[in-house]
Design a protein around this ligand. Sequence first.
Ligand SMILES: *[C@@H]1O[C@H](CO)[C@@H](O)[C@H](O)[C@H]1NC(C)=O
Ligand SMILES: *[C@@H]1O[C@H](CO)[C@@H](O)[C@H](O)[C@H]1NC(C)=O
Ligand SMILES: *[C@@H]1O[C@H](CO)[C@@H](O)[C@H](O)[C@H]1NC(C)=O
Ligand SMILES: *[C@@H]1O[C@H](CO)[C@@H](O)[C@H](O)[C@H]1NC(C)=O
Ligand SMILES: *[C@@H]1O[C@H](CO)[C@@H](O)[C@H](O)[C@H]1NC(C)=O
Ligand SMILES: *[C@@H]1O[C@H](CO)[C@@H](O)[C@H](O)[C@H]1NC(C)=O
Ligand SMILES: *[C@@H]1O[C@H](CO)[C@@H](O)[C@H](O)[C@H]1NC(C)=O
Ligand SMILES: *[C@@H]1O[C@H](CO)[C@@H](O)[C@H](O)[C@H]1NC(C)=O
Ligand SMILES: *[C@@H]1O[C@H](CO)[C@@H](O)[C@H](O)[C@H]1NC(C)=O
Ligand SMILES: *[C@@H]1O[C@H](CO)[C@@H](O)[C@H](O)[C@H]1NC(C)=O
Ligand SMILES: *[C@@H]1O[C@H](CO)[C@@H](O)[C@H](O)[C@H]1NC(C)=O
Length: 589
Amino acid sequence: MRQSSRAAVAALAAVTANAASLADVCTVSNVQSALPSNGTILGINLIPSAVTASTANTASSGGGGPGGMKRADSTTYDYCNVTVTYTHPGKDDRVVVKYAFPSPEDFENRFYVAGGGGYSLSTTATGGLEYGAVGGATDAGYDAFTYSLDEVILDGNGTINWDNTYMFSYQALGEMTKIAKPLTRGFYGLNSEKKIYTYYEGCSDGGREGMSQIQRYGDEYDGAITGAPAFRQAQQQVNHVYSATVEHTLDYYPPPCEMDKIVNATIAACDPLDGRTDGVVSRTDLCMLEFNLTSIIGQPYYCASENYTSLGFGFSKRAEGSTTTYQPAQNGTVSAKAIEVAQTIYDGLHASNGKRGYLSWQIASEFSDAETQYDSSTASWALDITSLGGEFVTKFVQLVDLDNLSNLDGVTYDTLIEWMDIAMYRYMDSLQTTIPDLSTFEQSGGKLIHYHGESDPSVPTASSVHYWQAVREAMYPDSSYTDSLQQLADWYQLYLIPGAAHCGTNDLQPGPYPEDNMQTMINWIEKGVKPSRLNATVSSGTYAGETQMLCQWPSRPLWQNNSTFSCVHDQKSLDTWDYTFDAFKVAVY
Ligand SMILES: *[C@@H]1O[C@H](CO)[C@@H](O)[C@H](O)[C@H]1NC(C)=O
Ligand SMILES: *[C@@H]1O[C@H](CO)[C@@H](O)[C@H](O)[C@H]1NC(C)=O
Ligand SMILES: *[C@@H]1O[C@H](CO)[C@@H](O)[C@H](O)[C@H]1NC(C)=O
Ligand SMILES: *[C@@H]1O[C@H](CO)[C@@H](O)[C@H](O)[C@H]1NC(C)=O
Ligand SMILES: *[C@@H]1O[C@H](CO)[C@@H](O)[C@H](O)[C@H]1NC(C)=O
Ligand SMILES: *[C@@H]1O[C@H](CO)[C@@H](O)[C@H](O)[C@H]1NC(C)=O
Ligand SMILES: *[C@@H]1O[C@H](CO)[C@@H](O)[C@H](O)[C@H]1NC(C)=O
Ligand SMILES: *[C@@H]1O[C@H](CO)[C@@H](O)[C@H](O)[C@H]1NC(C)=O
Ligand SMILES: *[C@@H]1O[C@H](CO)[C@@H](O)[C@H](O)[C@H]1NC(C)=O
Ligand SMILES: *[C@@H]1O[C@H](CO)[C@@H](O)[C@H](O)[C@H]1NC(C)=O
Ligand SMILES: *[C@@H]1O[C@H](CO)[C@@H](O)[C@H](O)[C@H]1NC(C)=O
């Protein structure tokens, strides 16, 4: 029977929510009556006449954004496809939010927010269906379903569109979540006090977006899972120009094969330092302390010619997807100059006066940003500025509508620090996303699982460690180190994933990857089962199928007898993760 009267549905739902069918509740009038009325959410006026609602179904989307790494799931979910539109009072703007409501019998009192990636917010609302959760996706007022931020940040040369910038940075997701709670209760006919467990999951910029939510809307989220957050945007994005600047400064543009060889040789040398020879450098800190890259000088490398497809990380929608370039065969021995490039990159950005500007990728990570391009006219390797960094400098720092820097003429390490400085002040309260005071989130019972691949070649792993450290210091200034660790672990846990790359496994290191973070989080929030290790599974190589319970930072894995590992305290190793960015005059969290 199809109900058409909202009152009848509400009465039915109120008595026994699970007895209503999807068709019963998936009506425009049911959604309209569930909308929070104007004035109840400050700064948001919903427009009832713009509501749409229709039943739909989808195969599991595997939410979590890029790097969610969820297992493929062939289940099909029926849901109610809803769009609501709101305006900010006093502005004649329109923000469209899609929500996906599971069938009443599948709904488990949850709301799920998936992160996006690059400069895109998530464009799908269905990621929560497999958890019995309502999900949402917002167009952020600038048609974010179609455009990425880098396409709409400038109204014209020199003019930043701040509405778009703030909406992307944190506001659009926060508003979407605020609307979702009353809307969900109304939709299913629940009591206005009914708890709606609210989860966030995302990686890369999706990780940054998650951090933005718990920093800004701490009491809206129960559990957040943030991977490899691309936060500290000013430093993070300009740093994507660092590798090319090293090559430019040292005037050496290595054949990609030579850099690949350095990475392979480093992995081979450092793999056993963690106590097990499995192709995985689980302890990049020991590698940093005990391995000298110069020992690779003279080792032969060879790569056959190929039409090389570089994946990029899709920060810009326009540049998204792969680009294919021709690479001739490369045959040689690793030069001292290439080792100098590698060492300088791993050392991280320093000003000419020696002060530190930023941290770097862990030793044994790939040199993705150092990729050169082959110039067939001169038969030599040449500068290739990754557009991730180049575009940030042109659009976000220089404010000109160009997709990349055209060259690095006159650019020094000091220039990079200057660009970071400009961007840090400019976007301090939007994109930077490093507020270390998480009191609201902590006090309202929020829990955070933060993870990061230890061989991430895009967002440096130490970037996550630095933020964890900043939060620990901000939250527990008066506690001893040991006490602060215990208190922090009650609600914020950081896990480094041995060998893993950016939001995923690493072709060069067959290590573990966590795949059921949401289950872990749901158990923590809804059943009070606090994790102490993170469940991860090895998906390739000799140990494929092995489960590894990852060590919680700051404890570090150490294998015994190639078979089991313990989580140990190693101060000398921990010290290698500690950074002070004294090239800046303000604290960098
Ligand atoms: C709330 O405000 C919006 C725009 O200000 C208006 O379009 C809408 O009709 C209002 N909602 C109600 C229920 O009056
Ligand atoms: C959901 O509804 C919107 C608005 O009517 C529509 O544009 C969209 O195609 C629908 N999506 C699906 C998957 O049905
Ligand atoms: C590095 O190792 C990978 C994976 O083992 C291999 O495919 C690649 O050819 C190696 N590259 C070089 C330059 O040795
Ligand atoms: C690595 O070895 C080279 C050559 O022996 C030496 O000059 C350099 O200081 C060493 N580096 C470190 C960090 O020990
Ligand atoms: C690369 O692509 C070109 C053009 O499609 C083709 O002629 C060439 O054989 C390819 N080379 C390799 C090594 O795949
Ligand atoms: C690489 O160069 C060396 C020295 O010139 C040569 O002996 C070797 O055969 C070459 N390897 C390949 C695969 O071409
Ligand atoms: C800028 O980025 C584009 C796209 O990635 C790339 O093709 C181009 O080579 C870059 N420009 C320079 C000067 O490196
Ligand atoms: C914006 O500035 C860039 C770089 O100077 C220039 O190439 C472009 O034409 C300018 N765009 C407009 C619309 O003026
Ligand atoms: C670990 O995750 C896998 C799925 O990836 C799951 O099958 C297994 O039950 C989990 N183990 C624990 C101890 O949570
Ligand atoms: C661990 O495995 C490696 C490679 O299989 C082997 O060389 C080494 O001796 C083993 N170590 C122990 C303690 O068994
Ligand atoms: C180490 O591993 C070997 C082979 O798996 C086993 O025979 C030996 O008992 C183990 N030793 C210890 C101390 O666990």
